[in-house]
Design a protein around this ligand. Structure first.
Ligand code: 26Q
Length: 797
C-alpha cells in the first residue's frame, strides 16, 4: 500500500511486481527498457497517494484552482525528478543495483518529453513543478503532441531535421482518461435561435484527456498536467471500408488526429497557418469545457467564477480563451455580453514572452472568420465595447486592424493582469508594446521575473555541487533557495573553495568524456568551458560569439607562444526549419569548428564544440560543467532568458548584455562577479539611427575587419569560397542586431574573462558567489508572485 513507509525491500518487490505483471517479463529475460518501465511504474505508484490526497483536499475545501494554458511543456525526463521529489532516488539506485541494473543507464533510457521549443515551454514545466512544491492547487493544460520538437542532426555541418518519436514506446507516466472527452468544433455558421446565437460547426473532433501527475518537493502536494489528444468524433466509415475503399475509410480519422500530431517548431516567426489556429482552439476549448464542468459540479453561479478559477494564458497562443469563455457563458448558459466579458476578465491573465514584432500573433480575418465564425463575431463585439467604454482615443486601438485579428490586444483586453517576464521586459511591454492600452489601464501590467526549479536545475542535474551545498548548509535550500546565501561565509574558507572547484572539475570531466563520445573531439577539463546554448536566433547573437572565436583563433596563430588561457567554446541549439539565416550561422559554427579543431598550431588552446540536438538532457549535462555563461543578446530583445539563471545557479559567471533577466542577475551577484559589456536597450535604439553604425564599428576594429576578411575569402569553406559572402554582407550592410557595434566591447569582455580565470582563487570566488546569490531565481519565488499579484490564491499547505 502506498501509505506505509517505503523500505528498499518494498520498492524491490514493487519493481519485480511491475516487471512481472505490468510488463509481463521474467527477470532473466528483461531488457534495460523493461527494467526502466518497471521502475517507473513503481515510482509512479508512490505519486498516486499524494496526488489523490491533493485532489481530495482541493474538492473538500472548495479551493480556488489555477489553470495554466500552454501550447508547450518542455518537460524532459521524469524518472529521476519524481524519484528525488519523493526522496526515493538513493533507494532506487540501491534496489536496481540489486537487480544488476545501473540507475543512470535506466534514467538515460527514458525519452525526454520535448513538447516545447525552448524558453516558454521549459518555463511552463518549471512552473508546474513549483506549483506542486508550493501546494498551489493547479492544472496544466496542453496538447499531447505525438511528435515533439524535431531531432537535429548535422550533415556536412548543416542542420537536418528528423521527427521526434517519444511515444513509440509506452509512456509510463500518463493515465488515459477517455471518459474526459469534449467535442471541439471548427468552421460552419452561426444561427440565431430565440434571440440567442448558436454556432453550428461544420467540422468536429474529440479532445481526449491524458493525465500526468506532477509531484512537488518532498511529495507534499501533486497536481495534474492534462494533455489533450485529438480523435475523430465519428468512427471510421464502415460503408467505404466494405466497398474496399480502405484509404478513404481511414481519412476522417487521420485528419482528426492531425491536430495533435506535431508541435510547430518555430518559436519566433508567426506563420498564420490554419492548422496552428486549430491546435490553439482545440487545446483552449477542451480546457475551458473541462474547467466549467468542474466548476459547475459544485457551483451554479458563473458570475462568481473568478472566486474559484484563475486561468493563465502562456503568451497569446491560448488567447482565444477570452472569446471562447464568453461564448460558452453566453450561448450555452444564457449569460449577457456585459456579464460575460466582466467575468472573463476577472478570471484571465496573460503573460507576454516576446516583443519581437515578427513573433506577435495576428490572423487574417478571412481565415479566422472561416475557422471560428462565432468567435469572430464576439471579437468584433469586444472591439465595439472597448471603443465605447474607452472613448476619445487619439487613434484607433483595437483587436481587428487592417483585416487582421491581433491576439496581443485581444489577450490584453480580456485579462485583469498582463505580465512581462523580467523587470526590463515588463517596462518595455508598458512603454513600447502596449503604450495606449497601458495608459488606459494603468494597473494592469505587472512584472513577474522568471525563475527555474532548483530541484531539476541544481539538486538533480549537479550532484557533486548539490552534495557539497547540502553538506555545508543542510538540505533546506532545495525548498527555500534564498538560503543559498548561507554559503557566502564559507566562500572565505579555502577548503570550501577547493571543494567547489572539485565539484566543477568532476562535472567538466563528465562533460569532456561525453564530448569525446559524441563529437570525437578531445577537450581538456583544464580549459575554460565557455557555453552558449539556446535556440539559434539572430537576436541571440551566436554570430557575435563565433566571430570573436575566429578572432581569438587568429590571435593565437599570430602569437602561438604567448600564455593563452585554454578555452573550449561549446555551442548548442536548434534553428527553426525555415529560418535560413539561423541555419547559415549553424553551418558557419560547424565550419569554424572543423578548421580550429584540426589546427596543430592551436592545439588545446582552443576547441570549438557543437553537439547536435541540444535538448533538456544535454542542458542538464552542460550547465553544471560550464565555467562561463554566454547571454549576449542585443539589448531589449531577450524578454528574460532562463538558461542564464540555470548557469548562475550552477556556478558559472555570465558574460552578458544588459538584457532581460541578465540585469537582475547582475544586481544580485554584483558587477565584480559578472562580465558586462555592450550597448543598453536605449543605446541600441539610438545607434540604429546612425545609418553607418556597422561600417564605423568595423573600421574601428582591426580584429573584426580581419575576421570578416577571412570569412569573405573562404578560409572556413575551402570547398565553397563564397559560402559566407551573405553573412559578411549582412554584417556590413544589414546589421539590425548590432553585431559589429558590440564586437569590440565583447572582445574586451572576453579578455577580462581570461584575466579573471588565470587567477584561480578569484575565479573560484566568483563562481561560488554566483551560486550563493542565485536564490532569487527559483521559480518558487516567481509562482509566489503570480499567486499574490495575479491569481489571488493561497497555498493549501
Ligand atoms: C507562435 C505562432 C505560431 C507558431 C509558433 C508560435 C510560437 C511558439 C513559441 C511563438 C513563440 C514561442 C516561444 C517563445 C519563447 O520561448 N520565448 C521565450 O520565453 C522565455 C520564458 O519567458 C523567455 O525567458 C525568453 O526570453 C523568451 O524568448
Amino acid at each position: 500500500m502506498t501509505d506505509t513507509a517505503l523500505t528498499p525491500e518494498r520498492l524491490q518487490a514493487a519493481v519485480l511486481h511491475h516487471l512481472t505483471y505490468t510488463i509481463g517479463k521474467d527477470a532473466p529475460h528483461a531488457s534495460l527498457h523493461d527494467w526502466r518501465m518497471a521502475l517507473c511504474y513503481a515510482i509512479r505508484d508512490r505519486v498516486v497517494g499524494p496526488w489523490f490526497a491533493s485532489t481530495r483536499r482541493t474538492w473538500e475545501e472548495d479551493r480556488k484552482r489555477v489553470y495554466y494554458l500552454s501550447m508547450e511543456y518542455l518537460i524532459g525526463r521524469i524518472l529521476e525528478d519524481a524519484a528525488m521529489n519523493l526522496g526515493l532516488r538513493d533507494m532506487a539506485v540501491e534496489v536496481m543495483e540489486g537487480f544488476g541494473q545501473d540507475f543512470h543507464a535506466l534514467v538515460e533510457d527514458e525519452p525526454a518529453a520535448a513538447l516545447g521549443n525552448g524558453g516558454l515551454g521549459r518555463l511552463a514545466a518549471c512552473f508546474m513543478e513549483s506549483m506542486a512544491t508550493l501546494g498551489c492547487p493547479a492544472y496544466g493544460y496542453g496538447i499531447r503532441y505525438e511528435h515533439g520538437l524535431f531531432r537535429q542532426r548535422f550533415e556536412a555541418g548543416q542542420q537536418v531535421e528528423a521527427p521526434e518519436d517519444w511515444l513509440t514506446t509506452t509512456n509510463p507516466w500518463e493515465f488515459d482518461r477517455p471518459e474526459s472527452a469534449y467535442t471541439i468544433g471548427f468552421k460552419g455558421h452561426v444561427e440565431t435561435v430565440k434571440g440567442r446565437e448558436r454556432w453550428v460547426p461544420g467540422e468536429t473532433v474529440t479532445a481526449s484527456a491524458h493525465d500526468t501527475p506532477v509531484v512537488g518537493w518532498q511529495g507534499r502536494w501533486a497536481n495534474t498536467l492534462r494533455l489533450w489528444s485529438a480523435k475523430p468524433t465519428t468512427l471510421f466509415d464502415l460503408e467505404r471500408f466494405n466497398r474496399g475503399d480502405y484509404a478513404a475509410a481511414a481519412e476522417p480519422e487521420a485528419l482528426a488526429r492531425t491536430i495533435s500530431r506535431v508541435l510547430y517548431p518555430d518559436d519566433t516567426t508567426y506563420a498564420g497557418k490554419e492548422l496552428r489556429l486549430k491546435q490553439e482552439f482545440f487545446m483552449t476549448s477542451a480546457a475551458l469545457q473541462d474547467i466549467l464542468r468542474r466548476y459547475l459540479a459544485s457551483h451554479s453561479d458563473l458570475s462568481r467564477l473568478h472566486e474559484k478559477v484563475a486561468i493563465q494564458m502562456n503568451d497569446t497562443h491560448p488567447a482565444i480563451a477570452g472569446p471562447e469563455l464568453m461564448r460558452l457563458m453566453m450561448d450555452d448558459h444564457g449569460v449577457s455580453f456585459e456579464e460575460a466579458i466582466q467575468t472573463a476578465q476577472k478570471v484571465l491573465g496573460y503573460t507576454n514572452h516576446t516583443l519581437l514584432p515578427e513573433a506577435l500573433e495576428r490572423w487574417s480575418t478571412y481565415l479566422f472568420g472561416n475557422v471560428l465564425p462565432r468567435h469572430m463575431q464576439i471579437i468584433e463585439r469586444i472591439d465595439d465595447w472597448h471603443r465605447k467604454t474607452y472613448a476619445n482615443q487619439a487613434h484607433y486601438i483595437g483587436i481587428v486592424k487592417f483585416q487582421e485579428v491581433h491576439m496581443g490586444e485581444l489577450a490584453f483586453m480580456m485579462s485583469h493582469k498582463v505580465n512581462g517576464v523580467s523587470a526590463l521586459h515588463s517596462e518595455l511591454v508598458k512603454t513600447s508594446l502596449f503604450p495606449e492600452l497601458a495608459a488606459q489601464h494603468p494597473d494592469r501590467i505587472v512584472n513577474e521575473t522568471n525563475g527555474v526549479t532548483p530541484r531539476r536545475w541544481l539538486n538533480m542535474c549537479n550532484r557533486p555541487l548539490s552534495g557539497l551545498i547540502t553538506g555545508t548548509i543542510g538540505e533546506a535550500w532545495v525548498g527555500e533557495l534564498d538560503r543559498l546565501r548561507e554559503l557566502e561565509p564559507h566562500i572565505e574558507d579555502a577548503g570550501f573553495r577547493a571543494a567547489f572547484g572539485a565539484a566543477k572539475r568532476a562535472n567538466k570531466e563528465a562533460a569532456a568524456a561525453w564530448i569525446k563520445r559524441e563529437c570525437g573531439v578531445v577537450v581538456s577539463p583544464d580549459a575554460l568551458f565557455d557555453v552558449h546554448v539556446k535556440r539559434i536566433h539572430e537576436y541571440k547573437r551566436q554570430l557575435l560569439n563565433i566571430l570573436q572565436t575566429v578572432a581569438h583563433w587568429h590571435a593565437i596563430r599570430e602569437n602561438p607562444t604567448a600564455d593563452w588561457v585554454p578555452r573550449v567554446k561549446i555551442f548548442g541549439g536548434k534553428s527553426a526549419p525555415g529560418y535560413w539565416v539561423a541555419k547559415e550561422i549553424i553551418h558557419l559554427i560547424n565550419d569554424v569548428a572543423n578548421v580550429v579543431n584540426s589546427d596543430p598550431v592551436v592545439g588545446d588552446r582552443l576547441k570549438v564544440i557543437y553537439p547536435a540536438n541540444y535538448n533538456v538532457p544535454m542542458a542538464e549535462l552542460l550547465m553544471p560543467a560550464a565555467d562561463l555563461s554566454e547571454q549576449i543578446s542585443t539589448a531589449g530583445k531577450e524578454a528574460s532568458g532562463t538558461g542564464n539563471m540555470k548557469f548562475m545557479m550552477n556556478g558559472a559567471p555570465t558574460i552578458g548584455t544588459l538584457d532581460g533577466a541578465n540585469i537582475e542577475i547582475l544586481e544580485e551577484v554584483g558587477a565584480e562577479n559578472f562580465f558586462l559589456f555592450g550597448l543598453t536597450a536605449e543605446e541600441v535604439v539610438a545607434r540604429r539611427q546612425n545609418p553607418d553604425h556597422a561600417r564605423e564599428a568595423i573600421l574601428a576594429s582591426q580584429s573584426l575587419q580581419d575576421v570578416l576578411q577571412m570569412l569573405a575569402e573562404g578560409r572556413f569553406s575551402p570547398d565553397q569560397r563564397d559560402r559566407y559572402h551573405g553573412v559578411v554582407d549582412r554584417v556590413w550592410h544589414h546589421d539590425y542586431f548590432l553585431v559589429a557595434s558590440d564586437f569590440a566591447a565583447y572582445e574586451a569582455a572576453q579578455g577580462a574573462v581570461d584575466a579573471a580565470y588565470r587567477d584561480r582563487d578569484r575565479w573560484q570566488r566568483m563562481a561560488a558567489m554566483n551560486t550563493a546569490r542565485a536564490g532569487f531565481f527559483s521559480s518558487d519565488r516567481t509562482i509566489r508572485g503570480y499567486m499574490k499579484d495575479i491569481w489571488s490564491t493561497e497555498s493549501a499547505l
